[in-house]
Design a protein around this ligand. Structure first.
Ligand code: NAP
Length: 454
C-alpha cells in the first residue's frame, strides 16, 4: 500500500510520501538504541513532566489535530476532538501513576530480603492501525515511555500525517531526540525491523493476519509481543433491561467511528419476548443517523476510511444476503463521492455467511433472536474472537452468569464496551493477547526482575 493521505470524503489524494530507505531506517534504529541508554536513567518525575507537557499540547491543539485525523481517515470531527482529549487523559494517567505501578514489590521469602523490580526492555516496535489514529498510539506510547522504554512507530500507510504529528508532540513535549520516532515504512519493512537485534519487543493493533505474522516472526526471535486484534463483539439484551437505553446505546456502539472500531458491538442478541420491539426501534434509530461530511459537527456517520474497506464491507453484505440474510435497512453504498456506506441492519443470518463468522468493519449490525440465556451465551461465544461483550439485564442471576460465562477480555453490564486508561484492555482467543492500559498495561514491556538478597 502506498504511504498517502487520501481524503475518504472526496477521494482526493492530499499528500504522498516515499518510504524510508534502508539507510534511513538504520539511522533511526541506532538513534533509538543510543538514546535508550540515556533515557532509561531518567527519573519518573522527569518523564512525568514531559508526559504532562504532551497532554497539554494535545489539549491545546485538539481542534487542529482532530482535523488531521478527519481529513485522513474520515471520522466525524466531534469524535476526533474527543480522541485527542482521551490521549491527553492517558498521558496524564500514566504521568501520575507510573511510579506507583512500577514501584519495587517486596515479597517475604526465606531470604533476608526479596523483591520484584520493574525495568524497561528497550526499543519497542509498535505497528498501529488507522481507525483511532491517535488513541491507539498514545495508549501504547504513554505507558511505554513512562516505563523507560523507547518507541518506534509504524503507523498504517493511510495516516502518515497523524503519525508525524504524534512524533512531533513527543518531541515538543521534551522527550529526547530518538525516544519516540515515526518510521514511514510499508508493512513489508516490519519483519526486518522486528528481527533487528536492537529491537526488544513489539506490539501490534490491527487485523488477525497481521497479528499472526508479527507473532510468528517475534516468536522465532523469542521477542515479547502484545497483540490487539479484531473482534465481533456481542451485545445481549434481556427483558429486564432498560430497552430505550439499550437501543440508543446499541446504535452508538455499532456506528461509533463510522462502524470501524474493534470493540464495536457487532452482533445484537435479543431475547425473543422483546425482540420485535428492539428490532423496530433499532432500525428506526439506525435510519435516523445523519450521514455526511465528517468535518460537519452534526454528522454522525462519515465515509469509511479507504476504498478497499468500502469494497470489503459491500462484498461481505452482498455475499451474506445471497446466502439468505435479510436486509432490514441499508445494504448498499451511497450514491455519492467518497467511501460512504448506508447504516445497515441484517437479520436471519445463515451460519455459513461472512456476516456470521467474520468481523465487519463498517456500520453493519447483525440481529439475532434467542429463546433463553443459555442460547444467548452460546451464540455470543460462537466466534473465534473474544474482545469485549456488552450484556443488558437488571436480573442479578443473569448478570452473574454473563460475567462468568462470556468468553471475552472484558464484560460490560448495562453499558457499551469502552476503553479507560485506568482499566486493562485486551482480548482472548483470536482477538489477541496481553493487555494495554492500567497497571497491567504498563507491566507488559518491562523486565519483571526477581531480586533475592542474603
Ligand atoms: P491491518 O491491515 O492489520 O493494519 C494494521 C497495521 O498493521 C498497519 O500499520 C499495517 O500497515 C500493518 N500491517 C498490515 N499487514 C501486515 C503484515 N502482514 N505484517 C506486519 N504489519 C502489517 O488492520 P486494519 O484493517 O488497518 O485495521 C483494522 C483491524 O484492526 C480490525 O480487525 C480491528 O478490529 C483491529 N483493531 C483492533 C483493536 C484492538 O484494540 N483490539 C483496535 C483497533 C483496531 P499498512 O497500513 O502499511 O498495511
Amino acid at each position: 500500500m502506498p504511504i498517502a493521505s487520501i481524503n475518504p470524503t472526496t477521494g482526493e489524494t492530499l499528500k504522498t510520501f516515499e518510504p524510508l530507505t534502508k539507510a534511513q531506517i538504520e539511522e533511526k534504529l541506532q538513534r533509538a538504541s543510543d538514546v535508550f541508554q540515556v533515557y532509561r536513567e531518567t527519573t519518573f518525575a522527569e518523564r512525568a513532566a514531559m508526559m504532562t507537557r504532551a497532554a497539554e499540547i494535545l489539549e491545546t491543539e485538539k481542534h487542529d489535530l482532530a482535523r488531521i485525523m478527519t481529513l485522513e481517515m474520515g471520522k466525524p470531527i466531534k469524535g476526533a476532538v474527543g480522541e485527542a482529549e482521551k490521549c491527553a487523559w492517558v498521558c496524564r494517567y500514566y504521568a501520575e501513576t507510573a511510579q506507583q505501578h512500577l514501584a519495587d514489590e517486596v515479597i517475604e521469602t526465606d531470604a533476608a530480603k526479596s523483591y520484584v523490580k520493574f525495568q524497561p526492555l528497550g526499543l519497542v516496535w509498535a505497528v498501529m492501525p488507522w481507525n483511532f489514529p491517535f488513541w491507539q498510539v498514545f495508549r501504547f506510547a504513554a505507558p511505554a515511555l513512562m516505563a523507560g522504554n523507547v518507541g518506534l512507530l509504524k503507523h498504517a500507510s493511510n495516516v502518515p500525517q497523524c503519525a508525524m504529528a504524534i512524533e512531533d508532540i513527543f518531541r515538543r513535549a521534551g522527550f529526547p531526540d530518538g525516544s519516540f520516532q515515526t518510521l514511514l515504512v510499508g508493512s513489508d519493512a516490519v519483519e526486518a525491523i522486528l528481527r533487528d537485534s536492537r529491537v526488544a519487543a513489539a506490539t501490534l493493533t490491527g487485523s488477525e493476519p497481521a497479528g499472526r505474522s508479527v507473532a510468528a516472526i517475534a516468536g522465532s526471535e523469542v521477542k515479547k509481543t502484545v497483540l490487539e486484534l479484531g473482534g465481533s463483539d456481542p451485545f445481549i439484551v434481556m427483558p429486564s433491561a432498560n430497552l430505550e437505553l439499550a437501543v440508543t446505546t446499541a446504535v452508538k456502539a455499532r456506528t461509533i467511528n463510522n462502524g470501524q472500531s474493534c470493540i464495536a458491538a457487532k452482533r445484537f442478541i435479543v431475547k425473543q419476548e422483546i425482540y420485535a420491539e428492539f428490532e423496530k426501534r433499532f432500525v428506526e434509530e439506525m435510519n435516523a443517523l445523519k450521514i455526511g461530511d465528517p468535518m460537519d459537527e452534526a454528522t454522525e456517520i462519515g465515509p469509511l476510511a479507504t476504498e478497499q474497506i468500502l469494497k470489503d464491507v459491500d462484498e461481505q453484505v452482498k455475499t451474506s444476503v445471497a446466502a439468505g440474510a435479510i436486509v432490514l435497512t441499508g445494504g448498499k453504498k451511497l450514491d455519492r463521492p467518497g467511501n460512504f456506506y448506508e447504516p445497515t441492519v441484517l437479520t436471519n443470518i445463515p451460519k455459513d455467511s461472512p456476516a456470521y463468522s467474520e468481523e465487519i468493519f463498517g456500520p453493519v449490525a447483525l440481529l439475532f433472536r434467542v429463546n433463553d440465556i443459555d442460547e444467548a451465551i452460546q451464540l455470543a461465544n460462537a466466534t473465534t474472537f473474544g474482545l469485549g461483550a456488552s450484556a443488558w439485564t437488571n436480573d442479578e442471576t443473569e448478570r452473574d452468569r454473563f460475567i462468568e460465562s462470556l468468553e471475552a477480555g472484558c464484560v460490560f453490564i448495562n453499558s457499551m464496551v469502552a476503553s479507560d486508561p485506568r482499566l486493562p484492555f485486551g482480548g482472548i482467543k483470536n482477538s489477541g493477547y496481553g493487555r494495554e492500559l492500567g497497571e497491567f498495561g504498563i507491566r507488559e514491556f518491562v523486565n519483571i526482575k526477581t531480586v533475592s538478597i542474603n
